[in-house]
Design a protein around this ligand. Structure first.
Ligand code: VG1
Ligand code: CO
Length: 544
């Protein structure tokens, strides 16, 4: 195999964000841009000689081209064994599973997740380490450092790989295996959930469902598992064909972007259960007839009912949530006498806790839920978890949720996003907040008095690494919180996220619309951050 050393020049903007490097496709198409980043990753790894690399993506525009480039650079950097999803496709959780199952050194996942795709939209790339999880910050910092001064990269002079035929190919000394993207993942799911019971209730129509794959990667997974194995009627999975541009939509499972599904669930035709997933298959939205389950509540309900699911029936070791996620799961952990951890936003912070078996379940308010079965959040896993609970309890989603609230109280929750804000203005907002927080504790605003106000900093309990500047939090005496942070996944300007939360113990008040119940906190948030005043906007871009 002939290896060439290509001359290149460094780009200054290859700093990975919350979940890998995400940029416009046009940025990735600049000469050597992708190659630079891939070489920066491999140069930062300890040893890649004769190792296995998993490669797969969500099928968005540029996925195939990028896959071929990566194979050549990886081969030149010593990798000899490649596991690649057919067509270059793998959902993020499926990739995580393959890395673990086949003991790969790591994997490259090509996705910009819930961001739109197409020639003028977004692309992304992320490295996952041998535990199957996203590279922690010490890795991503090393990638970025290397990328700033890269001058050459190595590339193997080999033909393009046939990505479409499942099976093994040999190119020189390279072993290239094209995997069916779904097989191993479906087997893993069948080992965790009661597929016999699910088959019984789903194929008989006792439990009706709709799953929106949003023209993204979960189409083939959901079709195989929900329709093929569990017997849901054909057509239960909609928008099931992955498209390079996701049909022109945001493959983001929330009430705004999965609007049709949400409308269905609040109409007389609603099935018992509905769900949607995102571009790369790691997010989930859960809906029942006439009810939307917030991701924070979903995590709490999953934890409280884990004993009903075979893979978790022997008990869970602990739970974790990202800092802005509501405290609903904390209440469950307390009742179950389980440890509960609060981490910064992003799945990479759960990896150590999962590896050390300090936790079994974890989740984020951003429609992410997962467990120790892989090291990524997992959309279809959450869907199957819910289906398993529904099948076991034989109750509608709404009853399960309201009874959960009656027992634990309700953490009324919502998030307001202001997208594509000019970076200077967004940074100004954060600076302004930082200036205010110090003297805030003890002060009262309307019916709320501030208990603490700080900038969240996390010390990993396993390796003691410290991650600073993880969002501004203002906590009130009654347990309510307002949190502000800037997104680390956007590709245009900055996105300000405002997370609002209020605890309501009184069951007679559990029916409130969150926007009403949180109105005073929403107003207070504006008073603190002045986003409307500083941007001239009147509304958030998205409310979830
Ligand atoms: C967002 C979410 C975060 C999630 C991340 C990756 O990050 O808030 O909870 O882990 O996306 O999810 P940010 O920095 O934009 O707030 V995914 O499905 O985009 O890989
Ligand atoms: Co995603």
């Amino acid at each position: 195999m002939q290896i060439e050393t290509a001359q290149t020049h460094a780009y200054s903007d290859q700093k990975p964000g919350t979940s890998g490097l995400r940029k416009k496709v046009k940025v990735f198409q600049q000469t050597h841009y992708l190659a630079n980043f891939v070489q920066s990753i491999f140069s930062s790894l300890e040893e890649s000689d004769n190792k296995t690399l998993v490669i797969g993506g969500d099928g968005r525009y540029f996925n195939r081209e990028a896959t071929q480039i990566i194979i050549k650079i990886a081969a030149a950097n010593g990798f000899t064994d490649f596991i690649i999803g057919q067509g270059g496709l793998l959902s993020t959780p499926a990739a995580s599973h393959l890395i673990r199952k086949y003991q790969a050194l790591g994997g490259l996942i090509l996705s910009a997740s819930h961001n739109p795709g197409g020639p003028d939209e977004d692309f992304g790339i992320k490295y996952n380490i041998s535990n199957g999880g996203p590279a922690p910050e010490n890795y991503t910092d090393a990638f970025y450092d290397y990328s700033k001064s890269i001058t050459t990269y190595k590339i193997a002079d080999i033909p393009d790989v046939n990505l479409d035929t499942v099976g093994e190919q040999t190119i020189d000394q390279l072993k290239i295996r094209i995997f069916d993207p779904v097989d191993d993942y479906a087997e893993l799911m069948s080992s965790l959930f009661d597929f016999d019971l699910l088959k019984q209730v789903i194929s008989s129509g006792k439990l009706s469902l709709r799953f929106d794959a949003m023209h993204a990667i979960t189409g083939p997974y959901a079709t195989r598992i929900l329709e093929g194995i569990l017997g849901a009627p054909t057509g239960s999975v909609i928008n099931a064909t992955p498209l390079e541009d996701f049909g022109g939509h945001h493959p983001d499972p929330n009430l705004a972007h999965a609007k049709e599904l949400a409308e269905l669930m609040f109409s007389p035709e609603a099935p018992d259960f509905a769900a949607a997933s995102d571009g790369d298959g790691d997010r989930n939205m859960i809906l029942g007839n006439n009810i939307f389950v917030t991701p924070s509540d979903s995590l709490a309900i999953i934890a409280a009912n884990a004993h009903l699911v075979p893979g978790y029936a022997s008990g869970i070791s602990g739970v974790a949530r990202s800092m802005p996620t509501s405290q609903a799961v904390d209440r469950v952990a307390k009742a179950m006498n389980l440890p509960c951890f609060e981490t910064p936003t992003g799945w990479k912070f759960f990896g150590n806790l999962l590896d050390a078996n300090k936790i079994t379940l974890c989740g984020e308010e951003s429609f992410g839920t997962g467990s120790s079965h892989v090291r990524e959040k997992d959309g279809l896993w959450a869907v199957l978890f819910w289906l398993n609970i529904l099948a076991k309890k034989a109750q509608p989603v709404s009853q399960i949720v309201t009874e959960h609230w009656q027992k634990f109280g309700r953490d009324i929750y919502c998030r307001h996003d202001y997208e594509a804000v000019e970076s200077d203005i967004a940074n100004g907002i954060m600076d302004h907040l930082r200036e205010q927080i110090k003297p805030l504790a003890g002060k009262s605003f309307g019916s709320y008095s501030v208990q603490y106000a700080d900038e969240f900093s996390y010390t990993d309990p396993v390796d003691n690494s410290i991650s600073k500047h993880q969002g501004i939090r203002i906590g009130f005496a009654d347990g309510s919180r307002i949190i502000f942070r800037l997104s680390g996944t956007g590709t245009v300007g900055a996105t300000l996220r405002i997370y609002l939360e209020k605890y309501e113990a009184d069951a007679s008040k559990h029916d409130q619309d969150p926007q009403d119940a949180l109105a005073e906190l929403i107003q207070l948030a504006e008073q603190f951050c002045q986003v409307k005043k500083r941007t001239g906007r009147t509304e958030p871009t998205v409310i979830t």
